[in-house]
Design a binder for this molecule. Structure first.
Ligand code: URA
Length: 477
């Protein structure tokens, strides 16, 4: 028998999960399922078939988390791809860890595209105030055109950010409205006529002022702020003129530059700046700015800066020391041997890497060349202090409830206390201005342990501490 399952436009994630559970638990193979969407021609499949009652099954949490994103992709085959993978996953649960699995790679690409689209939505939705609000509760509306179906999974972010006003985000796909503490989803609509907003003028002026012509990289800019979003961004109207005048403005800026302070004043100034200022660019600009970082000399020899990665609303942030040789080349944290060790321990204690935000105290790889090898060097306090600026920005953005400091460098960066961590591991330290910090050993400490006994002792510590993180997450669910 062939089952036809129609996915609704609203509530897609729950609908897919319920249908997949019912089908897979009744051993219905993928080739007996036709997945259709609300907008597929009705005559093609002749409506939904009743599904068998679900039976209890268990599915890896990492798959559920991936599926929760993939369902919002615009690829019409996403439901079938997910189900086919789930079917094979039941035969071999290790498949989620198989980086060579082509089907998994395709799902991961979709997941990433959805995350990116959510990120763009958070950065590029521009609200305009409507005249019908009250002094207690103002009303705002925005028009946005997402690439994927990201209104529903991103609505919670806007609810948390703008809880004290009523707002509506209209898109051609789904419209979400927030009023009286309630989120409501309805099907999409044509672009509404929104009034111009007084704050828009201010935003355009601000954008024109922060635009630095000397650092203009058009390809980086259009990759961070793709042109398709420009038509709904008030500030974008001034971009072509700003680009055209960039060379002239850069020359004027160079001619008008103040004389440089005397050399011995520079380190003191850098120190003062690093304490006084906070990175405050638009969220979407973070990675581009990080790549231009020259706050300490480590950028001179590293291939690239390595930003953190993970969900923007992760409740737990893991902070390592600095990227290693593999991370420096890949541009991603914890993908080399220490990362694999960390993955293994996290998996064993039931933590899902995809739910964590992983980053480093220092964003550039510090090393000493030795023949063909690049040998890791521990960053010094000055480098850690300079890079704390970027770590602060990531903490402010993600707002984790708990930070895990992996090793002494991360502990120093987060707590300001550079003492050895031997007696501090397993403890949660609290310091002003940072979420609670749980200190534990770095996974590379396990790899470098001088004997199997020392390694197993260190592994027990890491396992105990990450196990405690798992329990904390469970307790707050
Ligand atoms: N070690 C770290 O501290 N971070 C990485 O990203 C990789 C290895």
């Amino acid at each position: 028998m062939t089952y036809t399952v129609e996915m609704p436009r609203i509530g897609t994630a729950d609908a897919w999960r319920d249908a997949a559970r019912s089908l897979v638990s009744n051993d219905v193979p993928p080739e007996q399922v036709q997945w259709t969407t609300h907008d597929a021609p009705p005559s093609l499949f002749g409506g939904s078939t009743a599904l068998p009652a679900p039976r209890p099954i268990s599915v890896p949490r990492s798959f559920l988390s991936m599926a929760n994103s993939v369902v919002w992709h615009s690829d019409p085959t996403r439901f079938a791809q997910l189900y086919a993978f789930l079917w094979r996953l039941r035969q071999n649960p290790q498949r989620m860890q198989d980086r060579a699995d082509v089907a998994l790679a395709s799902l991961r690409r979709m997941e990433k595209a959805v995350h990116r689209c959510q990120h763009k939505m958070k950065a590029f939705v521009r609200f305009r105030e409507l005249p019908n609000g009250s002094a207690q509760r103002r009303n705002f509306a925005a028009w946005f055109e997402p690439t994927h179906h990201t209104v529903e999974p991103t609505a919670e972010f806007f609810r948390r950010r703008f809880a004290d006003m009523n707002w509506l985000i209209a898109t051609p796909d789904v419209t979400v409205q927030y009023a009286d503490g309630q989120l409501d989803f309805t099907t999409g609509q044509p672009r509404p006529d929104l009034p111009p907003d007084a704050s828009e003028e201010l935003w355009i002026t601000y954008y024109q002022n922060i635009f630095n012509p000397a650092r203009l990289k058009i390809s980086a800019m259009t990759s961070e702020m793709p042109k398709k979003y420009w038509r709904n961004l008030p500030e974008a109207a001034s971009i072509p003129a700003l680009i055209a005048g960039a060379e002239r403005r850069a020359t004027e800026m160079a001619l008008a530059a103040p004389t440089l302070p005397r050399a011995h004043a520079a380190p003191a100034k850098a120190q003062v700046d690093s304490f006084a200022s906070r990175w405050s660019g638009p969220v979407d600009q973070f990675e581009a700015d990080l790549q231009n970082c020259t706050r300490c000399p480590l950028h001179c020899h590293a291939t690239q800066a390595v930003p953190g990665e993970g969900p923007e609303d992760a409740s737990v942030m893991l902070v390592g020391e600095q990227p290693g040789d593999h991370e420096d080349i890949a541009g991603r944290p914890f993908v080399g041997p220490a990362g694999q060790m960390l993955d293994r321990v996290m998996h064993d204690v039931g933590l899902d890497r995809e739910e964590m935000y992983l980053t480093n105290a220092v964003k550039h790889f510090k090393y000493k060349p030795k023949g063909k090898r690049r040998v890791h060097q521990r960053p010094n306090s000055g480098e850690v202090t300079q890079c704390r600026w970027w770590l602060n920005a990531e903490i402010a953005r993600v707002q984790p409830k708990l930070i895990v400091a992996l090793g002494a460098t991360a502990a120093e960066a987060l707590t300001g206390n550079g003492k050895a961590i031997t007696n501090r591991s397993g403890r949660v330290e609290r310091h002003d201005g940072v979420p609670p910090v749980l200190i534990t050993v770095h996974p590379s400490f396990l790899l470098r342990a001088p004997s199997p006994a020392a390694r197993s002792e260190a592994e027990d510590v890491l396992r105990r501490d990450l196990g405690a993180v798992r329990s904390m997450i469970e307790a707050h669910k």
